[in-house]
Design a protein around this ligand. Structure first.
Ligand SMILES: [Zn+2]
Length: 257
């Protein structure tokens, strides 16, 4: 059973990436072994692939080569799965009530892995092949599979997973709220407005954590209001309902302090 939202106090934020697979809001970083996109494996995959395509279609040899390639793919996938379980367990087992993650979608992925464009939005030289490489790296990292495992383990341990809006999570200044792309310079975050600086991905993880906490507070206030509404207040009495909202706000302030 998951905790009631009102009891969710400690939340950890996770920022998923490529250089590191996960940055956590407690400053911990989790490596990305790049199971299929590391140099050695990429090379081996190419060799196995070529070996298939060099053989005559329909031949026994081609079939054998294809099986060999298939076994390599399977081995890579198995390793990735095992690693993801380990990482998911590492995250969910932390002393927290909730895990905040970005609500991943294609645009979220593009944000993270934007290819350099010139000021008219055209790809810079070599942009296309870099994009191909990035897509491969994204697939290799397997974020969505990792998220599923985190969700599965969270349910088992009675913790909640909170999906937050990823917009600007790595561009917004945590000190003054200024949002600008140039706030971010590789792994460093330096606010062009107030000078606040921090490791960019860990800052993003903290922003994700804070957004998660915000959602929890908002939703538990809503749930509390609904619950008490049903108990004490007639649904038509508007004035009482707003009174009620105040009470809830006070509760939140008390919980925050
Ligand atoms: Zn700032």
């Amino acid at each position: 059973m998951a905790k009631p939202l009102a009891e969710v106090k400690k939340v950890i934020g996770c920022d998923l990436g490529i250089t590191k697979l996960v940055h956590l809001s407690d400053r911990h970083q989790i490596d990305n072994p790049k199971f299929s996109t590391n140099k050695k494996t990429r090379h081996l995959l190419k060799i196995r692939q070529k070996s298939v395509s060099r053989k005559a279609k329909g031949s026994n040899n081609r079939k054998k080569a294809a099986q060999k390639l298939g076994r390599l793919h399977k081995r890579i996938a198995d390793k990735r799965q095992a690693y993801q379980w380990k990482v998911a367990n590492q995250i969910v087992s932390r002393n927290v009530d909730g895990i905040a993650l970005e609500d991943l979608n294609v645009s979220g992925m593009m944000k993270r892995c934007r290819v350099k464009t010139d000021n008219r939005g055209r790809f810079m030289p070599n942009g296309q092949s870099r994009k191909k490489g990035l897509n491969r790296a994204i697939a290799d990292a397997g974020w969505s599979d990792l998220i599923l495992k985190i969700e599965y383990l969270a349910v088992k341990q009675g913790k909640v997973v909170i999906k937050v809006n990823p917009q600007n999570s790595s561009r917004e200044c945590r000190s003054c709220g200024h949002i600008h792309a140039s706030n971010r310079n590789r792994e460093k975050f330096i606010c062009t407005e107030c000078g606040y600086h921090e490791h960019a991905d860990i800052g993003a993880a903290k922003t994700i954590r804070d957004r998660g906490l915000e959602i929890v507070r908002r939703d538990s206030a809503k749930l509390g209001a609904r619950h008490l509404n049903a108990q004490k207040i007639s649904p038509r009495s508007k004035s009482k309902r707003s009174e009620f909202g105040n009470l809830i706000n006070q509760d939140i302030k008390a919980a925050k302090s």
